[in-house]
Design a protein. Structure first.
Length: 412
């Protein structure tokens, strides 16, 4: 497997090494002599014993330093990982191992995307000047590694689309950035004239100032009151802004909720905590926070691992028979039927509720609980009957063998 997979070096502090199928990250200040010994031992470790054998081979040499490190050895059978100290190991975006004062190890399936990074550098890829590249062999500075996975050959079923299921498509008009407005049209007026040679071709278009030059510098004269009153009568007054009751009535007709939010400079309604407009991308930080009532837009999608996406514009109930839920029967929530055939999913298992600008997951008394993971939290959380937790953008929800991910439209 040498050189078969792309190894990306993450920005940050420390040292990254790749020698054949042995990969490593060492924290700043790790003794080079100890690092070299660990790499040699990892290369010759007994493959058949997996991660446990690798940890046993490294244990004595690793005791010579207390600095953090992570070592990965790839074989045809598994990917063995050994870490110590403040090191986080994740596979396909899910945390699998976290280092401690002693050696910790795990065997992972071959083919997943593996990331090993220092726990003190959680945002290496976002650091200015950090450019990920593929390390084929050698030693370079870096804050961690990402070993990209091979393509999964599991066939993806076609999602069953209905009126409540959407595909997350950034080409839709409402998600495209709007062009900046050009000069106001009142500055110029068109004037057409026949060609000078009298031919019957297309007329020549000229542009002239809306206000003649001789009037532009003239001193304004007093307008007679009668003329001013006549001109004012010809001008239609602008319509009054919609009141909160009228917005609420419109929301009920669309099945939406009225919430408090802020508008960007182009008038798009947003989460009060958003840093950028979720529609046009304009920065919101320069705006003074003036809360207004408006129709809450969809918060994003709940993406199932088979590619089906459910628009987060209302509440859902998940389970083998979600239509049995009282909220579904009364039209307050929509059903998402999930059944993996294992019997671990209850008929009415969990609820996804939109509260204000938040997505909240609740367990509805399931037998096996509902698992939730939010980015930045150390572990998964298992919800039991009537327990709730906020699902943050990028967070995951697991029911039985099904995984949902919250993909947010709002840029926060």
């Amino acid at each position: 497997m040498n050189g078969a997979r792309r190894l990306e070096v993450l920005g940050g502090t420390g040292t990254v090494s790749r020698t054949g199928s042995t990969l490593a990250w060492f924290a700043p200040g790790f003794p080079p002599i100890v690092a070299e010994e660990l790499l040699e031992l990892a290369t010759s470790a007994p493959v058949a014993e997996g991660a446990a054998g690798l940890a046993g081979a490294l244990e004595a040499a690793a005791s010579a330093s207390t600095a953090a490190f992570g070592i990965v050895v790839e074989t045809e059978a598994a990917t063995s990982v050994v870490v110590r100290g403040h090191v986080v190991v994740s596979e396909d975006g899910l945390e699998r191992l976290r280092g401690d004062t002693s050696l910790a190890s795990v065997d992972l399936p071959v083919g997943g995307t593996l990331t090993v990074r220092g726990e003190t550098d959680p945002d290496q890829l976002d650091r200015p000047g950090s450019v990920p590249f593929d390390l084929r062999d050698g030693v370079v500075p870096g804050g961690g590694i990402t070993l990209w996975g091979v393509e999964r050959l599991r066939p993806m079923p076609e999602p069953a689309l209905d009126e409540h299921v959407v595909l997350f498509d950034l080409s839709t008009p409402e998600l495209q950035r709007e062009p900046l407005p050009l000069a106001p049209p009142s500055l110029v007026v068109p004037e057409t004239a026949a060609r000078a040679d009298g031919s019957g071709g297309l007329p020549e278009t000229k542009v002239k100032a809306a206000v003649p030059a001789e009037q532009a510098t003239a001193v304004p004269t007093e307008v007679p009151p009668a003329a001013a009153a006549e001109a004012a009568a010809d001008v239609e007054p602008p319509p009054p802004p919609p009141s909160v009751p009228s917005v609420a009535a419109h929301a009920v007709s669309l099945g939406q909720q009225v919430v408090q939010g802020v508008s960007c400079a182009r008038g798009h309604f947003n989460n009060p905590h958003a840093l950028y407009c979720g529609i046009c991308g304009l920065a919101m930080v320069q705006n003074s926070v003036v809360l207004v009532s408006g129709l809450r837009p969809p918060l994003g999608v709940l993406l199932l691992d088979d590619g089906t996406a459910y628009s987060l514009d209302g509440d859902y109930v998940l389970g083998r028979q979600p239509e049995l839920a009282d909220d579904v029967a009364k039209g307050r929530a929509r059903p998402i039927k999930v059944d993996d055939g294992t019997g671990k999913i209850s008929r009415v298992h969990a609820a996804v509720n939109i509260r204000g600008w938040d997505v909240v997951i609740s367990d509805l008394g399931s037998h096996n609980g509902t698992r939730v993971f939010n980015i930045g939290e150390p572990t998964w959380r298992t919800l039991h009957a009537e327990e709730s937790v906020q699902l943050k953008p990028g967070g995951r929800l697991v029911i039985g063998q099904f995984t949902f991910e919250f993909q947010s439209i709002q840029r926060q």
